[in-house]
Design a protein around this ligand. Structure first.
Ligand SMILES: Nc1nc2c(ncn2[C@@H]2O[C@H](COP(=O)(O)OP(=O)(O)OP(=O)(O)O)[C@@H](O)[C@H]2O)c(=O)[nH]1
Length: 426
């Protein structure tokens, strides 16, 4: 009793994968190896680093669904992590690797930070509670992602995020406000920044005030700009927070063609008055006063992602590379495949149904013309779930196989024949 989705990928693959909107500098990413052995050889092979290599390990943490994987994919310039509208798409930590000239950025994409109670509800593996913490242990810098379109969560950092940050206060942290494309009133970002930073960035008290200036050089654009008054010792410093939106497209409620600035002043005295942040104190706090910088971006369309990437490249310190420059991710081909299929199941099945699906790969082999043949069995707990997953006349499972096959083709850069079966757990 199983439904099979049509094979996919006959004919030549569609050429190079679609690059993200902001691929950034650097050469075209290499294909991801399709067999376990090849992958292991490349990942474990000696890094081909230059004489004076630089490295930065970046942990991306945040609430489930804040856009961590979307941002990771955009930074990588290629989709290698699964993304969906449902929470807990990412099940375990995975690394993405960006190699640019002498610098290697290693992105530690983690599951959304969650509580043991929520983990139980979604039947999450133990790793989903521990992985974000583990990734912090290896990080040189942490990006804290906040979904600014979520009215319920955007006004304060979650308890789990605060616990994580205060457990590792020595790791430089950067606040990233994501999904700004969904905000009609961009001016609320100023209030959010104030809440989420407790009014302190880089050790200096933020004074948020609005300044409306006519921007005659760019009348077609609405510009929201947050700058910090430079500290006396370095007048040239300017915070990288900058967001430009096309007025025509956005219809922003900011004053037309205006700049809004959050500036920093009367710095040191006010900063010293701030209550020290103690571990265990998080329940009474909403923000983190130790961010070194703030970015506002839209990971989905790549807006300002390249600015963040350039910033990260600048933060790298001398140190040996971990991976060969050809490596794009530490995930094995099988893990990538499971994740991509899971992403589609999460996207198309309602409520909690996707969380009960177990994936079993039955076949993984190279076909006569070099194509990759994959057969995966999706085991579900109930017959009703099976019917849902197959859909009317197999329409849904075919769609899942088609879309997953296309994504895998773009990742592996080879033809893929993907067959999905659905079975009720006996
Ligand atoms: N409009 C908009 N949507 C976004 C943006 N970034 C991410 N999304 C969407 O938000 C949803 C969640 O994105 P993910 O990248 O899977 O989020 P995540 O934080 O990795 O999620 P978990 O795996 O549950 O922790 C997806 O539907 C994305 O398309 C953005 O900048 N703008």
């Amino acid at each position: 009793a199983h439904a099979a989705a049509g094979a996919f990928g006959a004919g030549p693959h569609p050429g190079p994968p679609q690059r993200a909107a902001n691929p950034g500098p650097g050469p075209h990413p290499p294909p991801v190896a399709t067999s376990r052995e090849k992958h292991a050889r490349i990942v474990q092979g000696r890094p081909d680093q230059p004489a004076e290599p630089k490295v930065l390990r970046i942990s991306i943490i945040g609430a489930p669904n804040s856009g961590k994987s979307t941002l990771s994919n955009q930074l990588l310039g290629r989709k290698v992590f699964p993304v969906s509208k449902k929470v807990h798409t990412t099940r375990c930590k995975a690394r993405g690797v960006i190699t640019h000239e002498d610098t290697q950025l290693i992105i530690l994409d983690t599951p959304g930070l969650t509580s043991p109670m929520k983990a139980k509800r979604h039947k999450l593996e133990a790793a989903m509670l521990t992985d974000p913490w583990d990734s912090m242990k290896h990080a040189d810098l942490v990006l804290v992602l906040v979904d600014v379109s979520d009215h319920w969560t955007r006004n304060s950092l979650s308890l789990e995020v605060l616990k994580c940050l205060s457990q590792f206060p020595h790791i430089p942290s950067v606040l990233v406000l994501n999904k700004v494309d969904l905000l009609k009133k961009k001016i609320i970002l100023l209030g959010l920044i104030n809440e989420l930073t407790e009014g302190i960035v880089n050790g200096k008290k933020l004074k948020v005030r609005s300044e409306f200036e006519y921007n005659s050089s760019s009348p077609a654009k609405t510009v929201l700009k947050v700058t910090q008054t430079p500290p006396p010792e370095n007048r040239a410093r300017e915070s990288p927070c900058q967001l430009e939106t096309d007025k025509a497209q956005e219809g922003s409620s900011l004053d037309n063609s205006s700049d809004v600035k959050a500036s920093e002043s009367s710095l040191d005295t006010e900063a010293r008055e701030q209550k020290p942040y103690k571990y265990g104190d998080q329940k009474n706090r909403k923000g983190w006063p130790h961010f070194q910088d703030i970015f506002m971006l839209a990971a989905l369309n790549g807006e300002e992602v390249d600015t963040l990437k350039q910033y990260l490249l600048m933060q790298a310190k001398p140190g040996p590379w971990e991976f060969h420059s050809r490596v794009l991710t530490s995930q094995s081909p099988h893990e990538i495949c499971d994740n991509i299929i899971r992403e589609k199941i999460l996207e198309y099945l309602p409520l909690e149904v996707p969380y009960g699906v177990t994936q079993v790969t039955e076949l993984w082999e190279e076909g006569p013309s070099g194509e990759l043949i994959i057969v995966q069995n999706l085991v579900v707990p109930r017959k009703s779930h099976k019917l849902m997953l197959i859909g009317r006349r197999g329409a849904l499972i075919s769609r899942i196989a088609q879309e997953a096959g296309q994504d895998l083709m773009n990742i592996f850069l080879c033809d893929i024949r993907l067959k999905l079966k659905v079975e009720v757990k006996s």
